[in-house]
Write a protein that binds this ligand. Structure first.
Ligand SMILES: Cc1cc2nc3c(=O)[nH]c(=O)nc-3n(C[C@H](O)[C@H](O)[C@H](O)COP(=O)(O)O)c2cc1C
Length: 377
């Protein structure tokens, strides 16, 4: 199967599985502990049945939306994904460019393999947001300053990683710090010469945002790789961040309506309801479970959701439940792993085509026509 013959995100996933060493694929594909939340994310979408009103002229359709003062080509943004350089050399840059070409925002992870400055330089036509992990307050302050200087105007604070989720696939595969080199990992890598060749040519991926801070770098890099964050970060710290960051601030990883309400009260501009793709608290509810309650209290402020979006019709489902838009995590990364920028672009193009087809099948001309009546009771 080639990129152009991939008919769905599931096909891109199969391509990624073939092209990546098993330990890298598992890092991308897996979740925490028993992967209950990972599976539930998908099941929640599949359980939502659509009930279209037909016999309305939908011969011309427009999936564009206005969100956060910008026009998006569709109500979709690319989620932050750390260590994307293990899927494809300089993966962040390739995905950022693909997002720009698709007309949707790209959220760069703190744990990116290309520095935030290099992504800003290399993808000047993309709407770039920066995702912040607070490893320590000092490093977070420095990253925020750098993001500001590099031209980022939207900051996404991820709050659901006080410690790392327990990802047993990664532990079993030795995809952890320090990397364990075993006969099995050597064999795994040797079976994927294309991947090995790409990595060998470009050098092993770094946590580029922490490569230049100072002597404490090695320590902070190790902390980021192990996802050891500042677990003391609290509402006071968020209030301080709100004061320091003069532009748009989103909070990602909200799982409780009271937290959603408090974040809005503090002046946060938008939320991402997320269980981190089932990679953090296994057993956590999913974004869709929470969405109607949060949409009701948001008072029109944007509420994004993620976790399990794999089809264009999932965008309709999320919006019908009250979301303003969705983030794509693995869906785009499968594409990146399958074929770099072209692969990430293919993932976004498939989603766009599917969304257009789903709109036609529901006789919807505009995104604004999507409402709760689209869902079967
Ligand atoms: C490999 C991988 C790495 C991720 N790294 C980050 C990260 O660095 N920061 C973050 O906020 N979320 C991270 N996430 C979570 C995503 O931003 C997003 O919430 C999640 O992938 C959505 O679920 P989906 O993959 O089913 O679409 C990561 C997810 C994956 C799959």
């Amino acid at each position: 199967m080639s990129l152009s013959s991939a008919l769905s995100i599931a096909d891109l996933r199969r391509l990624a599985q073939r092209r990546l060493p098993r330990m890298v694929f598992d890092y991308l594909d897996g979740g925490a502990e028993d992967e209950v939340s990972l599976r539930a994310n998908r099941a929640a979408f599949e359980a939502l049945r659509l009930q279209p009103r037909l016999l309305r002229d939908a011969s011309v359709r427009d999936p564009r939306v206005n969100l956060f003062g910008r026009e998006w080509a569709m109500p979709v943004a690319v989620a932050p994904v750390g260590l994307a350089g293990v899927f494809w050399p300089q993966g962040d840059l390739h995905t950022a460019r693909a997002a720009g070409r698709a007309g949707v925002p790209f959220i760069l992870s703190t744990a990116s393999s290309v520095s935030l400055e290099d992504v800003a330089r290399g993808a000047p036509d993309t709407e770039l947001w920066f995702q912040l992990y607070v490893i320590s307050r000092r490093i977070a302050d420095a990253l925020v300053e750098r993001a500001l200087a590099a031209g980022y105007r939207t900051l996404v604070l991820t709050i659901d990683v006080p410690v790392s989720g327990y990802r047993e696939r990664d532990l079993r595969n030795g995809f952890a710090q320090p990397f364990r080199v075993t006969p099995r990992t050597v064999l795994d890598v040797a079976r994927h010469p294309g991947w090995l060749w790409r990595m060998a040519r470009h050098g092993s991926p770094q946590l580029a945002n922490l490569a230049t801070v100072d002597a404490a770098d090695a320590e902070s890099q190790a902390a980021l790789l192990k996802r050891q964050m500042d677990a003391s970060f609290d509402w006071h710290a968020l209030a301080r961040l709100r004061e320091r960051w003069p532009h748009r601030l989103l909070v990602k990883g909200v799982l409780h309506p009271d937290d959603a309400r408090d974040a809005f009260a503090l002046g946060v501009d938008g939320l991402v309801l997320s269980n981190h793709g089932g990679r953090q608290l296994d057993g956590a509810l999913g974004a869709l479970d929470l969405l109607p309650r949060v949409a009701a209290l948001a008072g029109g402020r944007p509420v994004l959701v993620d976790g399990g979006v794999r089809r264009g019709v999932d965008v309709l489902r999320a919006l019908a439940l009250g979301a303003s838009g969705v983030l794509l995590g693995r869906a785009v990364q499968y594409g990146l792993a399958a074929g770099g920028e072209a692969g990430a672009g293919r993932a976004l193009a498939l989603l766009r085509e599917e969304l257009d087809r789903a709109m036609a099948l529901c006789a919807l001309r505009q995104i604004s026509e999507i409402g709760p009546d689209l869902l079967a009771p």
